[in-house]
Design a protein around this ligand. Structure first.
Ligand code: ADP
Length: 318
């Protein structure tokens, strides 16, 4: 039976979300369903910013960063009466299925809509790689590329000036961007939520390394330190000229890498298959080479893989 399938992006944007939207639309058409685009995330659901997908709306979007559907944060979506509004809007159009591309918070919204009878499927869209039900999230690879490129560039100038640089990367409470970023650039010092170094430990390391290195890259995850204060303290205690650099929103931008586009496209195609099977309240992830399905509420509770060993290995490479 032909279905009406709505697609939205929610929460923090990530590169590759557009590729997921495009693939969800195209595979819906290929299977004889009617796809709809929801603009501005859950906010757009309750405000009926929903249009039937047309080729001209998705053309050329696969390679574009950000999300052309827009994303909005709507904390009120946790309230039943706000979600009831969304369900009413969907029912009026005859939409019974929804693909949500977003992070943990968006997954919570999708799980609650599933309880209210909407066939929801969540796809992991976030640069943070903090969704345990997939090895890599949509956007992580592109963002990691930005991190690596930035650290390489900061290294160039730091080498010239014999500087230590505290580089803050995103990740919320997940160290993956910092860990893989440090690994890829040969950063000297790594501190992540999973294995936090005290300021004193960082200063000790700088003191140990300062004579053998012209530049020192100190890669840290956001929300852990006041990086400007930390850089000042390092300079005071070690005599090494030190600066802080917050990579910030550049990490959210840029054209998605092939890896992100492929991941997004394959997951979105499978989402439509699952909707055809009337599966709801699930999310999909890529584990190894295989697409796996999880109960979305279970997935939100899942813990990220233990990175202790990986962090140890990365630190040995310094
Ligand atoms: P992300 O999806 O990137 O983790 P947020 O945590 O901001 O981003 O969540 C995105 C949106 O999902 C929120 O603005 C809100 O509309 C919805 N949401 C978050 N938590 C819940 C919840 N507990 N119940 C219902 N909706 C939620």
């Amino acid at each position: 039976m032909s279905k009406k399938i709505a697609i939205l992006t929610s929460g923090g944007d990530s590169q590759g979300m557009n590729a997921a939207v495009v693939a969800a639309v195209k595979s819906s058409w290929a299977k004889g369903h009617k796809p709809y685009l929801v603009y501005e995330g859950y906010k757009g659901l309750i405000e009926n910013k929903i249009v039937e997908a047309k080729p001209e709306l998705i053309n050329g979007m696969i390679s574009r960063g950000g999300t052309f559907l827009g994303s909005a944060r709507l904390p009120e979506f946790a309230e039943l009466k706000v979600r009831q509004k969304a369900v009413k809007v969907l029912e009026k159009i005859g939409i019974d299925s929804l693909i949500v591309i977003g992070g943990d918070g968006s997954y919570m919204g999708a799980a609650k809509l599933a309880e209210m009878g909407i066939n929801t499927v969540g796809l992991p869209g976030t640069i943070d790689n903090d969704i345990a039900s997939t090895d890599w999230t949509i956007g992580f690879d592109t963002s990691l590329g930005v991190v690596v490129d930035s650290i390489d560039k900061i290294r160039d100038t730091s080498e010239s000036h014999r500087r230590a640089m505290v580089i803050e990367v995103m990740g919320r409470y997940c160290g993956d961007l910092a860990i893989y970023g440090a690994l890829s650039t040969g950063a000297e010092i790594l501190s992540v939520p999973e294995s936090k170094l005290s300021e004193e430990q960082i200063i000790k390391k700088v003191n140990e390394l300062k004579d053998s290195k012209r530049s020192l890259m100190i890669v840290v995850t956001e929300h852990m330190y006041d990086v400007n204060k930390l850089a000042k303290k390092i300079q005071e205690k070690t005599g090494v000229e030190s600066r802080a650099h917050v990579l910030g929103y550049t990490q959210r931008g840029g054209i998605p890498t092939p890896k992100d586009r492929i991941l997004a496209s394959l997951l979105a195609e499978e989402a439509v298959n699952r909707i055809e099977k009337n599966e709801k309240g699930i999310c999909l992830g890529m584990i190894g080479e295989e697409i796996k399905s999880f109960d979305i509420l279970e997935a939100v509770k899942m813990k990220n893989p233990d990175r202790t060993d990986l962090i140890k290995r990365v630190r040995k490479l310094i």
